[in-house]
Design a protein around this ligand. Structure first.
Ligand code: HEC
Length: 192
């Protein structure tokens, strides 16, 4: 006798009724396979060497930290100062990068615009060689200046630092933007 199919079970939920048919074999097959897989996988992932989600997360975090440490540039104030003041090898490279990448916001003569002027003694993010290199490196993304380490090599940022420092005290062709920040000398000491 063939099995009766498509027989309504006789109950109704909000007008929805159901047949009393067996589940298709292929569906049951997949279902049992997932059960067998889970029984094998759970001890593997949690008790043996398999990676749990927590392990993967921890590994990813480690990798991200290592990458961040690799991309970090540790600026040294004395080294920068020596480099900038002992010659002018920085001039050519700095000038071309400054013209293409910085002029739009800081003006060709450093008088400022969207960004602060470099010709006064006031700085928002510190006025030492190291501070300036650091600001150029990581940028001030919230205020519209990108982290230039994404586009410039360490040597290029170093050259630009020399140029920015050299603009301090320079005369501008038209009046510079009003000073912003704290007045400091090139060693970071407060000026009155
Ligand atoms: C899209 C506009 C923009 C460009 C392009 C830009 N800057 Fe800036 N920059 C700013 C703004 C805005 C600030 C001020 C951030 C703040 O208010 O904290 C700033 C701040 C700075 C400071 C810190 C000044 C201080 O007072 O502490 C330095 C140094 C600097 N920029 C250098 C550069 C250099 C070098 C370049 C080119 C490689 C450059 N900027 C390109 C917008 C720009």
């Amino acid at each position: 006798m063939s099995k009766v199919t498509d027989e309504v079970r006789g109950h109704s939920f909000d007008g929805i009724e159901e047949y009393d048919n067996p589940l298709p074999r292929w569906w049951l097959g997949i279902f049992f396979v997932t059960i067998v897989f889970a029984i094998a996988y759970v001890p593997y992932a949690h008790l043996m060497e398999g990676n749990s989600l927590q392990d993967e997360w921890a590994q990813d975090m480690e990798a991200a930290k290592a990458l961040a440490a690799k991309q970090r540039i540790d600026w040294n104030n004395e080294e920068l100062k020596t480099y900038c003041t002992s010659g002018d090898t920085w001039k050519a490279g700095a000038a071309s990068n400054y013209t293409t990448k910085c002029v739009a916001c800081h003006r060709a003569d450093g008088g400022g615009g969207v960004g602060p002027a470099f010709t006064d003694d006031s700085f928002l993010h510190g006025g030492t060689y190291k501070d300036i290199a650091e600001t150029i490196t990581v940028g001030v993304p919230a205020k519209g200046m990108i982290a230039w380490k994404a586009q410039l090599k360490k040597e290029e940022i170093q050259d630009l630092t020399c140029l920015v420092v050299s603009l301090r005290g320079q005369k501008t062709t038209t009046p510079a933007k009003a000073p912003q920040g704290t007045r400091v000398d090139a060693d970071g000491n407060p000026l009155k």
